[in-house]
Write a protein that binds this ligand. Structure first.
Ligand code: GDP
Ligand code: ZN
Length: 459
């Protein structure tokens, strides 16, 4: 039973237009009412209403801030508890002052990071998967990553996991009936049934896992290295990509790599451009191939944008570089197509499939859409815009899906080897438990704490 009431500034700290202090718990309404000078008494007010007034110091009566207070009575609130949100004007000092007097109230304390969402989970308002999506929402770096997280937050993926679990529980029930009533003598049918039913579940797990890679890419961005000889236009390409995305260029939290990277989106495809310092500097990546950093960038890249100059014949260095790209995902950017062609396209076309060759003129800002198409074809089988946004993208979910998959495979193997059905029951049960762990069924406190500690304050 949750006894105390938590409060925190829920908007980003800084000079925003407004700032919101969120309060949740049994004393949210009365605690705020004690500080709120207004025509309405919050304690009497209806749920989902907004009230104008002033926050005053409870001891001195001094007016601290002009505010709008939103009231949401549990369970119809984000946490399923009574929630009050105080909209303050947003000056850092004023907001801090309001929070201070709120925290002076009885049973009131500062919320831990993620604690509002954690309460929503503990109160059964959302499942663990949805809660984790809230973290993703906050961290989304592209429209698409945001949409994916939203779908997950809405529970789309949870629904699929629950359906999957249903399939497994039916299987488990069937096995248990056979254990409890062995005289039913349905052994033969059971083996076939176990295999078929397991296969249904396995197919769905495989589908979900297949989305995992795409989901990861969309969330984290395709690790991309721009490679090519000096003067082919690497820096120009980088600048063009970065220019369109000025607002999105950001650092990636939690990564401690010595390669400097920039995050851009090419239409909907998020790219993490590696070693952008190496490209931006006058000395080029090729000249620095001996440098450890560039090696790291190349090794880490999921995608290599190999830039060639259309206006120059293929150079021995190009061939050597191209040879090193064998087995990698390479898009060949033929740049400077505004100039006369001197590049031996026949040799190029022998080495690369047409889908991987993109003609561009960075100078004339032409060909960017072809580049996008080539990358999308390579990483998303071209179906990036299908609108199906149920991607499994969380490493914890992926690991658990794989564990469930293994358990089911073990179960089938056991069943086919004629191993007693009680043994198989253990496998199927463990598959069911792994799937349950994804949505937060029967997970330990330490895992819950760990997950919610990733949140920022006020969520
Ligand atoms: P890098 O050394 O590979 O990074 O190449 P830069 O981006 O520094 O470009 C080298 C030169 O080529 C610059 O003078 C660019 O303006 C020019 N350049 C880049 N892209 C194009 C293009 O599409 N067409 C033409 N004509 N020139 C280009
Ligand atoms: Zn350059």
């Amino acid at each position: 039973m949750i006894q105390d009431t938590i409060a925190a500034i829920s908007t980003a700290v800084g000079e925003g237009g407004i700032a919101i202090i969120r309060i949740s718990g049994p004393n949210a309404i009365a605690g705020t009412a004690a500080l709120f000078q207004s025509r309405t008494d919050l304690r009497e007010a209806d749920s989902h209403t907004v009230h104008y007034g002033h926050i005053v110091h409870p001891a001195t009566g001094e007016q601290i801030e002009e505010v709008l207070v939103t009231l949401m009575r549990g369970p119809r609130s984000f946490t399923a508890e009574d929630v009050v949100e105080i909209n303050a004007h947003g000056g850092v000092v004023a907001v801090k002052k309001v929070l201070d007097v709120v925290l002076m109230q009885e049973d009131m304390r500062l919320a831990e990071p993620g604690e509002f969402t954690k309460r929503a989970f503990l109160n059964g308002r959302i499942d663990l998967m949805q809660a984790e999506a809230v973290i993703d929402l906050i961290r989304s770096k592209s429209d698409r990553a945001f949409s994916i997280a939203r779908k997950q937050a809405e529970g789309l993926l949870s629904k699929r996991i629950k359906a999957l679990r249903q399939t497994v529980i039916e299987l488990l029930a069937h096995i248990e009936v056979n254990i409890d009533y062995p005289e039913h003598d349905v052994e033969e049918m059971t083996t076939a049934y176990i295999r078929d039913q397991s296969q249904i579940a396995l197919d769905e797990i495989a589908k979900l896992l297949k989305t995992a890679n795409e989901g990861k890419i969309l969330r984290e961005g395709i690790m991309t290295a721009i490679v090519g000889r000096p003067n082919v236009g690497k820096s120009s390409l980088l600048n063009m990509l970065a220019q369109e995305n000025k607002a999105i260029v950001t650092d990636i939290p939690g990564t401690t790599r010595d390669v400097i990277e920039e995050y851009v989106t090419l239409n909907h495809i998020p790219l993490r451009l590696l070693d952008t310092a190496g490209i931006r500097e006058t000395s080029d990546l090729v000249e620095q191939l001996g440098v450890e950093r560039s090696h790291t960038a190349l090794a880490e890249a999921d995608l290599i944008l190999f830039v060639l100059n259309y206006n120059e014949p293929l150079h021995a260095d190009d061939r050597e570089l191209l040879d090193r790209m064998a087995g990698r995902q390479v898009v060949l950017v033929i740049n400077k197509t505004d100039l006369p062609g001197k590049l031996d396209m026949e040799e190029i076309e022998k080495r690369f499939s047409p889908e991987a060759i993109v003609r561009m003129s960075v100078l004339q800002e032409a060909g960017l859409d072809y580049l996008e198409k080539a990358i999308s074809g390579m990483f998303f089988e071209g179906k990036l815009d299908s609108g199906d946004l149920t991607y499994v993208s969380n490493v914890r979910h992926i690991a658990l899906l794989k564990r469930a998959q293994q358990s089911l495979l073990d179960g089938i193997a056991a069943s086919e080897a004629g191993i007693p059905i009680d043994v198989m029951q253990i496998d199927v049960r463990s598959a069911w438990e792994s799937l349950g762990e994804i949505i937060g069924d029967a997970v330990g406190d330490s895992l819950i704490d760990q997950i919610f500690s990733q949140f920022c304050l006020g969520k």
